[in-house]
Design a protein around this ligand. Structure first.
Ligand code: ADP
Length: 747
């Protein structure tokens, strides 16, 4: 047994595996090593802790390399009955002390975290027993007076209070959404209905969000069983009405824990039978099962887990016997910690409410955005809008997409159209952005005009980069007047916002522009003011991460450096976040500038790395990082100076970043922002107002910013906001990706 005072950290994954656990592990290992603290992986969860020996092994910097893109957990997970006994935990304590470990990072579900807390509470008693039985000396016990623990939730179900997202949930949503897209194309070919069962015993998050993202017709979740006893009639009516209105496929999403008001489970087989009998058509059941759990983690699961792992180590290193153990979670795109056991208790309260048939409370505990999403879905799945509410103002609203086509635009148009029609408005869809508006390419949309639009990439309405000016303004005003347009929704990026500002500034000349107007942020560049994540950015990030996974694989046999150029114009969001999510060694972006001395220093690190046996180096460069130090220049510099040690290849990802089907997050976000935008236009219209604003989420809150404030909020020369929340993550990216000349020496 070692007898030093150096504290070591142990890290384990426990309970069900979840994609993203490896990114968390990498961050834990590298943050600990970069702070000079040894870190041990405890293989196979608590079982490995009880067994000890080579189940508890020190990890080096390089051990944590090349694992981020892998699904599951590379250190294994297990359920351990013996850890539930005090005898088992006594052995576990002894094994940890063998390696000087008295700080634990536990990545698991509520069971694993409860176990960790119990272990912590018992720690001094366990050590006293080990001393009494002569298994450790009193000095050893004195050196480890308390066990510090920190938790992270690994669970695809997103069933935990204390974090907006659990590790693995976003990836599971990707799997389910892809499956729903695929099922709907085959279902549409045969005019079939499908019942799709997804995971979630006490949590309907995956079912609800995938139903929104996949444009499903009905959803059944544990927290909110159907209101009436004859809900099956209602469901069949919706499906039949959809058919009548022209839908070729119907999809019913059922969470595995779905039940009726009386608590009786609703099985997918029974749903299938009911639909077959009442609709007289072919119905198929697909149970997605473990597919939802597997595969490479999504970009979000990689960067979120990385930030969580990093924060967990910082928390552990600062822990004191007095401080309550914390759970590291994500709140509004920021990492925050909350008392661990409080979160566990609240999480269990939802399951208890469901078990007690107290569904109102269950839904309440899930929070406001869950409830809103459920309400939105219930409107979207209708075959026809609700009858108009008497006395409410019914407006003629125009919707257009402007700027570059962006994944998620169609989802936003679909949601805005249906939700506006549902409020009794008339929807005028403008084709080809402002160019189409000038040319009078305007079409009235009905409920079914947007059927099937949700999952499609690009912009089906068509878009253009034209910002109206000069004679255009007159033409735009004329079209707005001749169609009697009373409200305008502009979905797009920088040019869309510029156009909205232009119209606003010209109101004195053109009274037709004096109508409620809303800008909805949709650009992969994520460069819009007062919007932390614009629609499309998550999809682009996933495309980049997938491309880099492939690029990395292509180089396994060679010693090679890749310089990957990503989009974003002058905004480094895609560069930095893809750097975080792929573990790139260097990220160059315009915000930081690129100087020769940085390039030289990075080159030296690269040379050193390759000399020490490294096989791959990944550099990410934002397309506008520097006008002179181009991607080609950087490649030439590295190639020349690297001599024969390694070769260098550029990879300019180009337009694949703008294409592709929108990610689940972008679809959900597009639906939410479209709903709020329709509400904004309706409220302003009701009040006879003519506000012009853009919408965005800031710190988790919806913010409407007056368009006239835009110039104040942006750096116009570089087309990006003055404040960019993600810039502070740069230091973490650097800390975790350095080659770490000294840190590898520990152990
Ligand atoms: P999850 O962590 O995903 O909820 P489990 O509930 O199966 O999964 O817990 C994983 C492991 O955590 C269990 O096999 C057991 O070893 C440990 N564990 C769970 N609950 C407790 C408990 N109350 N006391 C001690 N250990 C526990």
């Amino acid at each position: 047994m070692t007898n030093t005072t150096t504290k070591s950290i142990g890290v384990l994954t426990s309970g069900g595996d979840a994609p993203g656990m490896n990114a968390a592990l990498r961050a834990v290992v590298r943050t600990a090593l970069s702070r000079g603290v040894a870190v041990y992986a405890i293989y196979e969860g608590y079982q490995g802790m009880v067994e000890g020996g080579d189940r508890i092994r020190a990890l080096t910097w390089d051990d944590a390399g090349g694992i981020m893109q892998r699904g599951g957990t590379v250190i294994g997970t297990a359920r351990s009955a013996v850890f539930r006994t005090r005898e088992g935990r006594l052995k576990a304590a002894r094994n940890l002390l063998d390696k000087d470990i008295d700080r634990l990072v536990v990545i698991g579900g509520d069971g694993s975290l409860t176990g960790a807390n119990l272990f912590r509470q018992e720690w001094s008693g366990l050590l006293a027993e080990l001393v009494a039985t002569g298994q450790i000396t009193p000095e050893i016990a004195d050196q480890h007076p308390f066990l510090a623990i920190v938790g992270m939730v690994g669970s695809i179900d997103n069933d935990f209070t204390g974090t907006d997202m659990t590790i693995g949930a976003d990836t599971a949503l990707h799997r389910i959404t892809t499956a729903l897209d695929q099922i709907s194309s085959t279902a549409a070919s045969h005019q079939r209905s499908f019942v799709v069962e997804v995971m979630g015993r006490n949590c309907g998050y995956l079912a609800l969000m995938s139903a929104i993202a996949g444009g499903a017709d009905w959803v059944l979740i544990p927290e909110s069983p159907p209101d009436t006893d004859n809900w099956e009639n209602a469901m069949c009516e919706v499906v039949a009405a959809g058919r009548k209105a022209g839908r070729r496929d119907s999809i019913i999403v059922v969470a595995e824990g779905a039940r009726d008001r009386n608590g009786n489970p609703i099985s997918s087989a029974r749903e299938c039978k009911v639909l077959e009998e009442r609709l007289g058509e072919d119905v198929r059941v697909t149970i997605l099962g473990h597919i939802q759990r597997g595969g490479a983690p999504s970009a979000f699961d990689r960067w979120m887990s990385t930030l969580l792992g990093h924060a967990a180590v910082e928390e552990l290193l600062a822990s004191t016997p007095e401080r309550e153990p914390q759970l590291m979670g994500m709140r509004y795109n920021r990492i925050r910690s909350r008392p661990l056991m409080e979160c566990v208790t609240q999480t269990r309260a939802v399951a208890e409410a469901i078990a007690a048939h107290d569904y109102e409370r269950a839904l309440e505990l899930r929070g406001g955005s869950f409830k809103d999403a459920f309400r939105t879905l219930r409107t979207m799945v209708r075959a026809l809008p609700h009858p108009p509410v008497p006395g409410r103002r019914r407006m003629r609203l125009a919707i257009l997409t402007a700027g570059a086509p962006t994944p998620g635009m169609n989802t936003a148009v679909r949601a805005a159209t249906r939700l506006a029609l549902d409020r009794g408005h008339t929807v005028l869809a403008v084709h080809n952005g402002f160019e189409g508006l000038v040319r009078n390419e305007i079409e009235e949309f009905g409920w079914m005009s947007v059927s099937g639009w949700g999952p499609m990439g690009g912009s089906l309405l068509g878009t253009s980069r034209r910002v109206p000016s000069g004679a255009d303004l007159y033409a735009v005003a004329r079209q707005l007047e001749s169609h009697n347009i009373e409200g305008l929704m502009i979905i797009g990026g920088w040019t869309a916002y510029e156009a909205a500002l232009k119209l606003y500034n010209e109101r004195a000349q053109y009274p037709a522009f004096d109508i409620p107007t809303i800008g909805l942020p949709a650009t992969i560049d994520n460069n819009l003011p007062n919007s932390e994540l614009s629609i499309g950015a998550d999809t682009a990030l996933n495309s980049i991460v997938e491309a880099i996974d492939k690029i990395k694989q292509s180089a396994v046999a060679a010693r090679r450096c890749f310089v990957v150029e990503v989009m974003g114009r002058y905004c480094g969001y895609l560069a930095l976040m893809s750097g975080l999510a792929t573990g790139a060694e260097h990220v160059y972006m315009h915000e930081d500038g690129v100087r020769m001395k940085d390039l030289y220093a990075d080159l030296l690190t690269m040379i050193k790395g390759f000399q020490e046996g490294k096989r791959l180096s990944l550099v990410i460069r934002n397309e506008q990082a520097n006008a002179l130090y181009t991607t080609d220049f950087m490649c030439a510099l590295f190639e020349e100076e690297g001599k024969k040690l390694f070769d260098v290849r550029p990879a300019i990802l180009g337009h694949l970043q703008q294409g592709g089907d929108p990610s689940p997050f972008d679809r959900i976000q597009a639906t939410r922002l479209a709903r709020l935008s329709v509400e904004f236009l309706s409220e302003k219209g009701e009040a006879n107002g003519s506000d012009s604003a853009f919408i965005g989420l800031v710190g988790g809150h919806v913010k409407f910013t007056n368009i006239e404030d835009m110039p104040r909020l942006v750096d116009a020369a570089f087309m990006r906001p003055k404040e960019q929340w993600w810039l502070s993550l740069r230091a973490i990216c650097e800390e975790l990706s350095q080659t770490g000349p000294d840190v590898t020496k520990i152990d």
